[in-house]
Design a protein. Structure first.
Length: 450
């Protein structure tokens, strides 16, 4: 049975922080090496390609998160092994089928898109982006099937292993790119980076999936354990997660595309570099609070609404520490860049201050996202996310044109993010916390099936 104790949450958070620091260090080593290998303009193109192909992570119709919550609940209720195995098998089989169909359809559609025109990449810089985008997408699809093991580790309250996976993956990616320098005769550096990046994800995903089922053989997926009812159970919850994910994708992953489209790929580099530095600190914070999602799911089943304020206060303390770190980064940003990259980057006015504000709001929202995700408050989250998705692109585009720099795109993101900053805490208060806390749980929101 999983360990739901505060001690285990603290242990998970500590290990998550350690692994995340290691992952960030490896990531920081990776960026200047790739930048050196590709050059500034091709690196900007690669940053945009990563944003495009990373969308695959959102197209599981929420099965990963649905499995995470449903498995957490099943384990908290101590359901029998065959029921849990059926849940896991149904999720794996359904996801594999969806990803296979999606990969075939996407690759066919990709042939119809003029990627150079869409991303504003001159043909003299790179003649045709179809090849690196297609190979990146196919390898991401393959790795995505194996990455569902992350949901299993979360559900058994071993979230730190997910970050260990990230460390191993970053190390393999770094080693692979370094190895490319040993083959100077390769005439397509962008395609080469795409291949080694994708293969690294696939290899690590296979390894950690095998490790999980070696230790938990009783949950090994099997065709005979596929259950239509379990598939519907995971998908019903997952579809709502999916809508939230797609809307969040439009909010968080379209910025570099807008910057590239309006100002060209060379302007993506300072924007994405600043984002990478600040979000590195934010990711440390998110790593610390990640165990709270699944622990809230389980503890709400066992303790009721009194588990919510305890979790929020526990997440608020490291928030203040990380925010202080972000402020120091804002003050000494140019020095950090000079040491890290060995060369200065010209940043638009207000970009670094904007990144500090953006990161602070992002981390604050993450506190309440952990709670609302854990409680499956998905109807509210869908409404908020859809409104944000509708507003984000036109607002960011308008402000970018008005201000004349990529800072306008960031300002648009900030304004739209403030919607969830206001709504999430208010929803939790009125739905779960307004009534006197008698130690019993408030009913979960009743939401219609999609």
């Amino acid at each position: 049975m999983p360990d739901y104790s505060a001690r285990n949450i603290k242990r998970n958070s500590t290990l998550l922080l350690i692994y995340k620091v290691a992952s960030i260090i490896l990531s920081f080593l990776y960026v200047p090496i790739v930048l050196r290998y590709l050059g500034v303009e091709l690196y900007g193109v690669w940053a945009v390609i990563l944003n495009v192909v990373s969308w695959i992570a959102y197209f599981d119709i929420g099965i990963g998160n649905g499995l995470r919550n449903q498995l957490s609940i099943a384990l908290a209720r101590e359901e029998n092994e065959s029921s849990i195995k059926s849940l896991v098998s149904s999720a794996y089989i359904l996801l594999s089928a969806i990803v296979t169909v999606m990969a075939i359809v996407a690759i066919l559609l990709f042939q119809l898109i003029n990627w150079n025109s869409l991303l504003n990449v001159d043909s003299h810089l790179y003649s045709d982006l179809k090849a690196p985008i297609c190979v990146s997408f196919l390898l991401m699809c393959l790795s995505f099937i194996f990455s569902i093991c992350k949901s299993l580790f979360f559900a058994i309250q071993k979230a730190h292993i997910v970050n260990l996976l990230g460390v191993v993956q970053q190390a393999l990616m770094l080693a692979s790119v370094c190895a490319l320098f040993l083959f100077p005769t390769l005439d397509d550096p962008l395609f080469s980076v795409a291949v080694v990046y994708g293969l690294s994800s696939v290899v690590v995903g296979i390894g950690f999936t095998g490790a999980f089922f070696y230790k938990h053989e009783k949950y090994m997926p099997s065709l005979k354990y596929f259950s239509k009812a379990k598939a519907i159970e995971v998908t019903d919850l997952g579809l709502r997660f999916f809508v939230v994910q797609i809307a969040s994708l439009l909010l968080f992953s379209t910025s570099t595309i807008i910057v590239s489209n309006i100002f060209g790929p060379s302007e993506v580099t300072p924007f994405s570099t600043a984002n990478k530095l600040f979000m590195a600190l934010a990711s440390l914070y998110v790593a610390v609070i990640t165990p709270f999602w699944s622990s809230i799911t389980a503890n709400y089943e066992r303790q009721g609404s009194r588990a919510i304020p305890v979790a929020i206060l526990s997440m608020a303390k490291p928030f203040l520490v990380t925010l202080s770190g972000c402020f120091l980064l804002y003050l000494f940003y140019d020095t950090v860049i000079a040491v890290w990259l060995g060369q200065p980057l010209e940043n638009p006015d207000g970009l670094i201050l904007g990144m500090f504000i953006y990161t602070g709001i992002y981390m604050f929202n993450a506190i309440f996202s952990q709670v609302t995700n854990g409680l499956s408050c998905l109807k509210m989250m869908m409404i908020v996310a859809i409104v944000q998705a509708i507003l984000n692109i036109p607002v960011s585009y308008m402000l970018a044109l008005s201000i004349g720099t990529s800072t306008g795109v960031l300002l648009g993101n900030i304004l739209v993010m403030l919607i969830s900053t206001a709504v999430y805490p208010a929803y939790l208060y009125f739905k779960f916390l307004r009534k006197p806390n008698d130690g019993t749980k408030t009913s979960r929101p009743k939401e219609p099936r999609l």
